[in-house]
Each structure stands twice: as C-alpha cells, then as structure tokens.
Design a protein around this ligand. Structure first.
Ligand code: AMP
Length: 301
C-alpha cells in the first residue's frame, strides 16, 4: 500500500525549562514521515526554501522517505515555527509562525503521490489539505489533523475539508473547541456528523481515544519518564497509525484501527524522548514492536 502525506516541512525553534534549540528539522509532514516510513513507503508533499538543503534531505532519505514531491521554491524561505514549553511540558505557547513558502503553495502531485491508497493531510492550511484530498481521488482511507489556529481563522474551510475525510485526528482540546462542546464523547459525535467515520482524540501523556458511530476505544500513552521535548508527538502518532494501516490492513476496520493506534502510541513515545524528532533518526522497527507488545500486555485485563 502506498502512503502520501502533505503538511508543513519546517525549521522549528523550541525552548524548554531544561534547554533550547534554535534550528530543528520539523513540520507536521516531517514528524509524520519519520515515523510512518518505519512501516510503509512514504511520499512527502510540500514546499521548501533555499535554506533547506542536503543535510535535511539526508535525514529524510536515511529513513527511506520519498521526497520527489518536495518542491524547492527558488528565493523562498522554509516554514518556520517557534514555541516555548512550560514546566508542565503539556503546556506550550506558540511564539512565531512564518508560513513563508506555504503562502503561495499550489500543490501539484505527481501520479505516484496522487495515486496513494492511504493519504494523510497533516496540519497546514485547510484549503491546501482540500486541494490535495481532491487530487488523491483513488485513496481508500484518508485521515487529517488540524490545530487551534485554523479552527480560529479558517473555520469554514476546515469544516469543508473535514467533510472529505474518513478519519479526523485532533487534540482533545481542539476537538472540543471545533465543536464548541466540552464533553469528549459529545464533541466526537458532533465531529462524526461532519462526515468522517472515525474520530481520534489525542490526549497527550494520557493517551488517545477512538470514537466511531457505535464504538469507543481508549489507549494509554506508553509510560515513559524520559521526556525531553514533545514537539511533533501528535504528528508522530499519526505517522505510526497511518504507516501501520498502509502496510498491514487489507481492511481498515475497528480491529485494524485499534492496532494502528498502538503503533502510533509507540512511535510518539520515542518522539518525546529527544528534541524534535531526533530520537526517530536512529530508531529501528524492533524498538517500536517491543513497545507495542508492552502496550498490548499492559492494557489487557
Ligand atoms: P505538534 O507538536 O504535534 O503540534 O506539531 C508541531 C509541529 O507542527 C512543528 O514541527 C511545527 O513546525 C508544525 N506547526 C506548528 N504550527 C503549524 C501551523 N500553523 N501549520 C503547520 N504546521 C505547524
């Protein structure tokens, strides 16, 4: 099964109480692909500027990420995001978001990318997500992420994109914000009414929950105490989830989605153990499988 992701390709600057980095490879599509490529061939779609070079491509290629649809914009600057974490690492403030090359981006997918079976619309302007969704008309499973910024400033466009996907993956608080509903189950059912058949709420260190019209599944986060910096954990979760579905699921049913959530959870646990996605650069598949086995054992009763 082929897997395509569109989303931001970025440089991030992050501050935590115990250290900072001013230039990390980041972006929703990058975090996603560094995880999903562990499980399935992943094609990444998005623009970069002149500041994105051999060093960044080398990180992606070392993991087998296919970058043919990364568009280099001459004279442009790569998307930039800066954030600061509180002592409670679940709390962060966005300090800066520069869309840069994303402002004028018009995705033109190659036949290989638009022919994907499984498509993930990573966090980026909802209009761009919709454009890519419409180009991938043969995809048999499409999921998407978003964030509070787009809920605030592009609400109608976001609702339209949500109506075109099978699965909405959103932070718990953003799901409640989107639907103006403080209860998770009610919020998820309101989101299901918008079109998707699956809603997955990411709940940070508490794990994740999947809600369908007639089902519920909750999974704890992997119990790691080695938290360094969590940027991209949500995208990494989605990468593990979609990578598993692309690689292993002939039929994307409840059982496959539950197992996929375990792969997402395991991948995300590695993401938080280093700055950016650095911990994923050298990760091997056996380490992911071991954490999935532990999650399976610990959640059975
Ligand atoms: P997460 O920690 O899962 O929310 O993902 C953080 C990543 O998303 C960072 O690597 C940022 O570069 C990227 N990001 C932050 N804000 C945006 C935005 N408005 N649009 C697209 N990507 C973003």
């Amino acid at each position: 099964m082929t897997l395509t992701v569109v989303g931001s390709i970025a440089f991030d600057a992050v501050e935590t109480p115990s250290g900072s980095r001013d230039r990390l490879l980041g972006g929703s599509a990058v975090h996603f692909a560094l995880a999903s490529s562990q499980l399935a061939d992943t094609r990444i779609v998005g623009p970069v500027g002149d500041d994105f070079g051999a060093e960044e491509y080398a990180i992606l290629h070392a993991r087998g990420v296919i970058t043919d649809d990364v568009e280099h914009v001459p004279g442009g600057k790569t998307f930039f995001w800066a954030g600061r974490y509180h002592r409670d690492i679940n709390q962060r403030d966005t300090l800066q978001t520069d869309l840069n090359v994303f402002e004028d981006f018009e995705p033109k997918l190659s036949p290989d990318s638009s022919g994907a079976d499984v498509l993930f619309l990573g966090n980026i302007q909802p209009e761009l997500q919709r454009d890519v969704r419409e180009q991938c008309d043969r995809a048999r499973f499409v999921a998407m992420d978003s964030m509070n910024l787009w809920i605030d400033i592009a609400h109608e466009a976001l609702l339209q994109t949500i109506s075109l996907v099978d699965c909405l993956v959103l932070n718990d608080s953003e799901l409640k914000q989107l639907t103006d509903e403080p209860n998770l189950i009610r919020a998820a059912h309101k989101a299901l009414d918008l079109g998707p058949r699956v809603v997955i709420a990411k709940q940070g260190e508490y794990g994740s929950a999947m809600i369908t019209a007639d089902g519920f599944f909750g999974l704890s986060a992997y119990p790691t105490s080695d938290i360094v910096e969590p940027t991209g954990a949500g995208d990494t979760f989605a990468g593990g989830l979609m990578g598993y579905l692309a690689a292993h699921a002939d039929e994307i049913d409840d059982a496959a989605l539950r197992r996929a959530m375990a792969y997402g959870t395991a991948c995300a646990s590695f993401n938080v153990e280093g700055f950016g996605s650095e911990r994923l650069y050298e990760l091997d598949r056996a380490e992911i499988d071991a954490r999935v086995a532990m999650l399976e054992a610990s959640s059975r009763f």
